[in-house]
Structures are given as structure tokens and as C-alpha cells.
Design a protein around this ligand. Structure first.
Ligand code: GAL
Length: 663
């Protein structure tokens, strides 16, 4: 856990698990608020997020301040024991801001204005936007600094907008100037001799707007870096304002998981609380694995300490082509799963389902069916169970995460562009495939940045790191030299920090590490195509490699690559030049993990049962629809029901237990 002088999630939870959600009472007459707080109490809600989109309500015209309704709301919530995560409303500027100051509206790559009438229509680099955002943040912070309901600040909401407009272009140039100092250095980094793109001054540079054919990939990479930094500046400006008023109140901003627009590693370092919005598809049979991945990622961004689910759905969302409800029990299972994986806050979008607006078919904790509805009844049960768990788990850490999966936004930005050999390679999907193999093998994992200290892990898995800095390559080599086991997937170490291809198509240090003499050719596979290798079939990609001093290889047994190594090992360093089909990857990886001394939290776990240890407790979660019996040596008490269990646990469909050793 982090030890810092700034406040942490513990300051908001105070030994409980936060349970609640976004609360948008502006949508309802004030009489409804009374029913809300009554039902919140009934459901065990102890935290709501207020004001996320309330700018137009607080400042209906320039300079106005209408805080009366928010005063009444904060008081009411406090009277009923509900804490408030208070949001700065800056993700939804009021219409007047765009009308009076069109430069606050972002532009897309065609130069088209992103208008008001939805949300998030702010140009991150607009001086005027930033000034107005700072002013309302200042007044909000000053007004509620001493309010007893305030437990946490929530800055903006899911920072995510790209802007290709003129002010963003100026800011991009300034950012490039700081990064490269001279235009010659930029020309070198971007390789502008190609296609005669040489710049004579920084003034000639524009964001990667609509062009005739392919963009310069280094320009696109830098634009993504810049966008993440520009949005971060917006966050920091507001964070610093609220911090000045309330140094004791933790600050967060909610991440969209696996969102390209933010380098979450860099952002997380600037947050007191790392929070995320997670929406697995209830129809996805691997929805539980997706949830686990996001939980592991967020916990790792929180440096292993407690983190927050700021939003999840109690039922259906409304933004997939078809939106399914959560079947009975699934909401509870996924909520407990988050707690197992380190969450100290389990919150939803949103408390009461809207009757109007774009999200009226998105579920709420209190759905259109009302308090008698199944959704609310299940929410009540979850609230009661989390209240029971709080004293045992809040503030504790997940145990036994001996495996690190490396993840890097720069590598993602560089690998996802046009002009690559295969559009079938999707970085999040590749990461997900490797995480799935570990999850199905019941392995508890963390995520790490390639620059992090890796020495504490028994096994490091690199699903793919197309771009690898010199320092990161050295870090991987040093990790293996220091006794660690490394497994890398294909397309790792292809390019340097500027997305310049490394001589030989792969960093020489890595080739040496894996025992590769020559990487002759990349052989991408078509969608659905597989390639045979000894004992498994590979997907997505294959490579024509010549081994040098690898200790062993698993060869391809098919077509053009027959006999070439599909997988190589040199000492404790493994390289996979294809992505084995899921079962094969699970078996191979489980074997390597076992050799590296990685142990699952419990032996003999049935398929589909997730086991995680946190705070001395054992969480067992059945992601299957069929009941299972899990052998659990010894005698335990299930903290959810109080039941005593001897030697085994029965888990029904989507069942869960949280076991404490009984004396
Ligand atoms: C999130 C957003 C919420 C709500 C939710 C719906 O992205 O922060 O305001 O729109 O999605 O799933």
C-alpha cells in the first residue's frame, strides 16, 4: 500500500466498504429525495456521487451560482448517514459556454465542431474552458469544504475527449517544443524524411487531422501522448483547487478501463484514490474474467492498495447493440469479486433509473420496477453483505499476486495504428487472452508498467509490448538475470520510443535473452486461421525465427514455418511467436508458472471457480451456472451467512462464500 502524506481511500471508507452510486436528484422533484434516502438506508447505501453533470444547474447563466438545491441535498444525505463523493461538474459545460465561447467546443479530425446537447463537449486546451472550470470548482470547493457529508472529490467524469481544433493544435506544438526542444530533433524522431514531411518550424505542425492517406505514425503517437497529458492538466488544475480547500479529503477521477485516451499509469500517480467504471457484458461467458482483469489492473494502478469501483450496472447498460440484464445472482457475484480483488468501494451508475434522457433504459439500483423489483431486492442483499464484510476487509490487500502482466499505453498507441501488418491484432484483446489463461489457471495476478521494479514477482508475462524503451528492455533483462521468469508474446520490442523499428525487427537485447539469432519474417494469420505447432494450434500471428542458443523450442508443424520455433526458451526467458489457442495457452502458462514457484490460492479448484485471498480471508466465487463443491481443507466460517463449513464449500449458480478460518 502507498504510504503518502495525502489522504487515501481509507479516509473515506473509515473501515467500511463504500456502497452506493451516482445520484442525480436534479432529475426528480424534491419529494422524491425523501423516498430516495429512505430506500438508500434500506439498501445499506452509505455513499453517493453527486453533481457529476450539474454545471448548468449550478451556473445556469454566466457567473450565477445556484447552490441552494445542493445545500439541501447535502444536508439531507448527511442526516441519513449517506456520505457524498462530490463531483466537479466540468465534464458537461452548460450550453451558454459553447454559445458565448465557441472555442470551448472541441473539433474532430475533420474540423467538425462537437456541439452541446450531449456531454463532454469541452476543448481540453481551451483557456476559456479551463478558466470557467476552475471558477466553478473553486466555488464548489469553498462552499462544501466544511460539509460533514463530504467524503471524497470526484473530478470531472471519464476524461476522454480528443480535440483536433486550433487551440489544441497550439498546445500540441508547445508540448512538442518541450519534448524535442528543436524542430530538427522532432524531424529525427518522426522520421519526416519519409514522404517529404520535413518541418521547418514548429508552427507548421498540426494534429493528425484528416489526410489523403496514412498519417505519420510518430505524429499520431505523440498526439496521443499529448492528449493524455492535456487532459491530465485539466484534472490536476481542479485537483489542486479542491486540495487547497480540503487537504484531508481524497481526490479521484473515474477511469474508463482500457481507454486509449489516458495513460492510466501516469494518471493514477496523481490520484489519492484510483477508481474505475466497469461494465462486463452479462451475456459474455468470460464476463467474470473481464471483470477480474479490470480489477487487477485498477488495483495495480493503486499500487496494490484498495481502489474503488465508481460505476457498474445493476442490470442492463444501454450502449451495446443489444443490452441484457444481469441474471439473478450475477450482480452479487461480480460485486463480491471486486471486493475479493481489492475494491473498498462498490458503486453503480446510477442510484435511481432515469425516466428521461439518453440513459432512461440504462439500469439503476432502483429500477423502473421500483423497490419491489428484483434488481433493488438484490441490491439490498449486496448492501447488507458488504456491510458485514467491511470490518474484515476494508483497507486490506490482495495476497499472493506473484505474477505481473506488463501493460503500457505507449506500446498500445504505437501498435494500434494503420499501416501495420495485421489489423487483426488488437492490443486489449491480446492482453485479455493472456490474462484469461492465468485467470482460468486460478492464478492471482497484478499488472505492472515495463519500467516498474519487477524483482518481487516470480513470473512476469508480457502479452505484447510493440514499443519498448531502452530502459524497459534493460529492466526485462535485469529481471531475468536476477532470477525471474519471463514469458513474452510476439511483437514485443519491435520498436523504440519513437516507434522506430529496431534493427533485426526485435530489440537485440531481447533476441539475446530469448536465444533468437534471426527473425526472418513476420507471418500474420488471417481472421480465424490457425497454424499448427507441436501440441497446440496458434492464432493471429506467427514468425519465421531461427534460434541461436535457445535451450529448447516447440516447433511449428505446418505449412511454410514447419520446423521453425513457435516457442523458444533460454533459461528462464520464454518467447511465444504465436498466440496459442486458449486451452493450450492456459496449460503452457500454468506449467511455466508452477516451475517459477507460483501457487494458486487453493489446490483442486473446479473450472469456473475463482479463488482470491484478501486480508486473511478466502473468497470463492462460482462463475458457472451449475452448482459446484470446492474442497477447502480445514474448518471455516462464511462471513456472508455465518455458516460453518468443514472441508468443503458448496457454491450454487453464481454462488460465493467469504471464508475465515475457524479456530
Ligand atoms: C459511464 C458514465 C456514466 C454513464 C454510464 C452508463 O461511462 O460515466 O455517466 O453514462 O457510463 O453506462
Amino acid at each position: 500500500m502507498r504510504t503518502s502524506p495525502t489522504p487515501t481511500l481509507d479516509d473515506a471508507t473509515r473501515g467500511r466498504i463504500l456502497f452506493g452510486g451516482d445520484y442525480n436528484p436534479e432529475q426528480w422533484p424534491e419529494e422524491t429525495w425523501q423516498e430516495d434516502v429512505r430506500l438508500m438506508k434500506e439498501a445499506g447505501v452509505n455513499s453517493v456521487t453527486v453533481g457529476v453533470f450539474s454545471w448548468a444547474r449550478i451556473e445556469p447563466r454566466p457567473g450565477a451560482r445556484e447552490f441552494g438545491w445542493l445545500d439541501r441535498l447535502m444536508d439531507l444525505l448527511h442526516e441519513h448517514g449517506v456520505g457524498v463523493v462530490l463531483a466537479t461538474p466540468t465534464s458537461a459545460p452548460p450550453p451558454w459556454l459553447g454559445r458565448l465561447h465557441p472555442e470551448t467546443l472541441p473539433r474532430d479530425e475533420d474540423g467538425q465542431t462537437i456541439w452541446w446537447g450531449s456531454r463532454q463537449q469541452f476543448a481540453h486546451s481551451s483557456e476559456v474552458y479551463r478558466r470557467h472550470a476552475a471558477a466553478i470548482t473553486e466555488d464548489l470547493a469553498a462552499r462544501y469544504a466544511g460539509h460533514p457529508a463530504l467524503t471524497m472529490w470526484h473530478i470531472n467524469n471519464e476524461y476522454c475527449t480528443y480535440d483536433f481544433g486550433d487551440e489544441a493544435a497550439r498546445a500540441f506544438r508547445a508540448w512538442l517544443h518541450r519534448r524535442y526542444e528543436t524542430v530538427d530533433a522532432l524531424n529525427t524522431a518522426w522520421g519526416t524524411n519519409f514522404w517529404g514531411q520535413r518541418y521547418d518550424t514548429f508552427d507548421e505542425i498540426v494534429p493528425p487531422r484528416r489526410v489523403q492517406y496514412l498519417h505519420n505514425p510518430a505524429q499520431v503517437l505523440d498526439f496521443k501522448r499529448f492528449t493524455s497529458d492535456a487532459l491530465l492538466e485539466c484534472y490536476l488544475a481542479e485537483r489542486d483547487i479542491v486540495r487547497r480547500h480540503t487537504p484531508h479529503i481524497p481526490v479521484t477521477t473515474n477511469f474508463m478501463p482500457f481507454w486509449q485516451g489516458q495513460d492510466a499509469w501516469a494518471w493514477a500517480d496523481q490520484e489519492d484514490v484510483v477508481s474505475v467504471d466497469v461494465y462486463p457484458d452479462p451475456r459474455d461467458r468470460l464476463g467474470g474474467q473481464y471483470g477480474a482483469l479490470i480489477h487487477d489492473m485498477t488495483r495495480s494502478q493503486a499500487r496494490g492498495g484498495p481502489w474503488a469501483i465508481m460505476e457498474q450496472a445493476a442490470g442492463a447498460v444501454n450502449w451495446r447493440p443489444v443490452n441484457h440484464p444481469r441474471p439473478r445472482g450475477l450482480n452479487r457475484l461480480w460485486s463480491l469479486q471486486a471486493v475479493a480483488r481489492g475494491a473498498d468501494a462498490v458503486c453503480y451508475f446510477q442510484w435511481r433509473q432515469s425516466r428521461q434522457g439518453a440513459e432512461k433504459f440504462h439500469s439503476g439500483m432502483l429500477s423502473h420496477a421500483g423497490p419491489e423489483g428484483r434488481t433493488f431486492q438484490e441490491v439490498k442483499r449486496i448492501g447488507a453483505e458488504l456491510a458485514r464484510l467491511g470490518e474484515h476487509v476494508a483497507g486490506t490487500c490482495v495476497e499472493g499476486a506473484d505474477v505481473a502482466v506488463l501493460l503500457d499505453w505507449n506500446a498500445w498507441w504505437a501498435s494500434g495504428q494503420n499501416g501495420r501488418l495485421s489489423a487483426e491484432i488488437d492490443y486489449p484483446e491480446v492482453v485479455r487472452a493472456w490474462h484469461r489463461a492465468l485467470w482460468e489457471a486460478h492464478t492471482t495476478v497484478s499488472f505492472a508498467h515495463p519500467g516498474h521494479d519487477l524483482s518481487g514477482y516470480r513470473l512476469v508475462v508480457v502479452p505484447q509490448l510493440h514499443l519498448l524503451t531502452d530502459a524497459a528492455a534493460d529492466n526485462l533483462v535485469a529481471y531475468v538475470r536476477g532470477g525471474g521468469t519471463l514469458v513474452s508474446g510476439f511483437l514485443t520490442g519491435v520498436a523504440d520510443e519513437d516507434d522506430r523499428v529496431r534493427p533485426g525487427g526485435m530489440d537485440a537485447r531481447l533476441r539475446d535473452l530469448f536465444g533468437i539469432r534471426t527473425l526472418h519474417e513476420w507471418w500474420p494469420l488471417d481472421a480465424g486461421e490457425t497454424v499448427g505447432a507441436e501440441g497446440f494450434r496458434g492464432t493471429l500471428w506467427s514468425e519465421e525465427i531461427e534460434a541461436a542458443d535457445a535451450d529448447s523450442v516447440i516447433p511449428y508443424r505446418d505449412g511454410e514455418l514447419d520446423g521453425c520455433p513457435a516457442v523458444l526458451r533460454k533459461g528462464r526467458a520464454w518467447y511465444f511467436s504465436t498466440l496459442p489457442e486458449p486451452e493450450a495457452l492456459r496449460i503452457l502458462l500454468a506449467r511455466i508458472a508452477a516451475q517459477a514457484g507460483v501457487r494458486p490460492p487453493l489446490d483442486a479448484l473446479p473450472d469456473g471457480v475463482e479463488a482470491v485471498r484478501r486480508g486473511g480471508l478466502l473468497f470463492l466465487l462460482n462463475h458457472g451456472r451449475e452448482p459446484v463443491t470446492v474442497p477447502v481443507p480445514g474448518s471455516h466460517r462464511d462471513l456472508l451467512t455465518g455458516a460453518h463449513l468443514a472441508e468443503e464449500a458448496e457454491l450454487g449458480r453464481y454462488g460465493a462464500v467469504v471464508l475465515q478460518e475457524a479456530p
